[in-house]
Each structure stands twice: as structure tokens, then as C-alpha cells.
Design a protein around this ligand. Structure first.
Ligand code: FPP
Length: 250
């Protein structure tokens, strides 16, 4: 009798997530376990970004957002910060041709003002060169913090309200979406954190309200495409109710 409902549910189960966000943690511990300097962990982490991006593109994911540098990461030793600032350039100098070939569009979120000019320049060039691509959107969160993003959004919303461009009474969740750095990017259905930590660490705080969370002990440089596929298949089996109840229970 309720076969159509089951069918509807099955269709939903089969759907791939449109947007996967990843907190790529554990580079330092990966290096430490091998008696290597921490920056080697970041180098290997960057190599894994290539593997996971390639795979996400191949299986048809539309958005992959990667937490590459947070607003809190400035408290790290200077040599590590310098290395992390060079990584986007290293990544793009070796990988941009493949990204273009794969029809990937590069985007960024975060505040560019504090980043070194060479980091901003290489990333902006990649954004520009890939702006018309229609495949995977590869979003780098660089000098990004969820609270910082909300502060900036509230500032510009307040300025628009003072200028009479918006009426405070009309502010809705949709209005807030439009003031965030992720405007025009759908909310992530999946949020993954590697390395056995169970926190969001200021990543996409507003946008992850209903994300399905996935945690693994694997360090980021070792996070394999097979593990990502397993998480995606678990995601497809999870029931997402958004505060409601399952259709079968209606
Ligand atoms: C956290 O691991 C990782 C980071 C702060 C940097 C993540 C950056 C990459 C994976 C490379 C980015 C690549 C591009 C192309 C921009 P951690 O250092 O905190 O590890 P730990 O907790 O084991 O010390």
C-alpha cells in the first residue's frame, strides 16, 4: 500500500551528496609517527588533496570544500605557517592543468587580506582560469573561520540596514545565507573530520546545521578514496529528518 513511499525513500538513499566538506586533520601526527618534520605531513596532505579531488570529480560530487587554513592556524610556528602558505602554489603549479582538463572550478572562502600576496595571486589565477568550468567545485577554505564569517556577514548586513537597503524585519535565514562567504554554494550534506578528533573547529558553523557528521581515526594523508566511498554509502543509508519524522511514520 505504501510502496510509493518506500520507492521515494529508496530514490533518496541512492542520491549522492552534492556537497562534501572535509576537515583535513592529522598531518602533524602522520609525520611524527614517521620521525619526519611536521611540514612533511602537510606535503603528504597536499598530495592526498589531489587524490581525493580527482575521485570526487570522477564520481560526480558537485562541491568539495577543504579546510586548508583556519583563522586560528596563525598561532602555529612561523616556519609551518610559511610552508602552509606556499602549499596552494605548489598544488596548483602541478595540478591546475589536470583540474582544467577535469572541468573543475576552483573557489575560495575566507579572508584574503591577511594572506601573503603570492598565495592570493596563485589562488586568484586558478579561480579566474577555471571560472567557466561546470564540473566539481573545489572550494579552499583559506584563512577561514565560521565565527569570523558570521561577524563579517552581520557587519555588512547592519551597514545595509542603516543605509536603508534592507529592512531588519525582512531578514530571514535566506538573507543570512546571501551575506555569507558561501553564498551560491549549497550546504554540505556531509562533513568529514579525519584523525580521531570530534570537533567542528569553527568550520562552516551556520552551513553545517544539518550536515551528516563522519569521523575517522585515519590521518588525512592516509585518508583513501575507499574510505570516502564507504562514508558516502553510509550517508546514503542514513535517515535525514531535518527535525521532522520519517515519511513512513506519517
Ligand atoms: C591539520 O593537521 C591540517 C592543517 C592545518 C593544514 C591542512 C592542509 C593540507 C592538508 C594541505 C592543503 C593543501 C592545499 C592544496 C592548500 P595538523 O597539522 O593539525 O595535524 P596534527 O593535529 O596531527 O598536528
Amino acid at each position: 500500500m505504501f510502496g510509493w513511499r518506500k520507492q521515494k525513500r529508496a530514490d533518496k538513499e541512492r542520491a549522492l551528496p552534492e556537497h562534501i566538506a572535509i576537515i583535513m586533520d592529522g598531518n602533524g601526527r602522520y609525520a611524527k609517527e614517521r620521525n619526519r618534520p611536521r611540514i612533511n605531513g602537510h606535503y603528504e596532505g597536499m598530495q592526498n588533496v589531489k587524490k581525493i579531488t580527482r575521485h570526487a570529480s570522477d564520481i560526480g560530487i558537485k562541491y568539495l570544500t577543504l579546510y586548508a587554513f583556519s583563522t586560528e592556524n596563525w598561532s602555529r610556528p612561523q616556519n609551518e605557517i610559511s610552508y602552509l602558505m606556499k602549499l596552494p602554489g605548489d598544488f596548483l603549479s602541478t595540478f591546475l592543468p589536470e583540474l582544467i582538463e577535469k572541468n573543475v572550478r576552483v573557489l575560495t572562502i575566507g579572508s584574503p587580506e591577511e594572506l601573503p600576496d603570492y598565495t592570493v595571486k596563485t589562488v586568484s589565477e586558478a579561480v579566474e582560469k577555471t571560472q567557466d568550468n561546470t564540473g566539481l567545485n573545489l572550494v579552499f577554505a583559506l584563512n577561514y573561520g565560521g565565527r569570523d564569517e558570521l561577524v563579517q556577514a552581520i557587519r555588512s548586513m547592519s551597514a545595509d540596514a542603516v543605509a536603508g537597503a534592507i529592512d531588519p524585519e525582512d531578514i530571514s535565514q535566506g538573507t543570512i545565507d546571501q551575506y555569507l562567504m558561501t553564498r551560491n554554494i549549497p550546504e554540505p550534506e556531509m562533513m568529514i573530520r579525519t584523525s580521531g578528533e570530534y570537533r567542528l573547529s569553527n568550520f562552516l558553523l551556520w552551513q553545517s546545521s544539518y550536515s551528516e557528521l563522519f569521523f575517522t581515526d585515519t590521518f588525512w594523508p592516509e585518508f583513501a578514496t575507499e574510505e570516502l566511498d564507504l562514508m558516502i554509502s553510509q550517508y546514503q543509508k542514513r535517515s535525514r529528518r531535518f527535525g521532522g519524522i520519517d515519511e513512513e511514520e506519517v
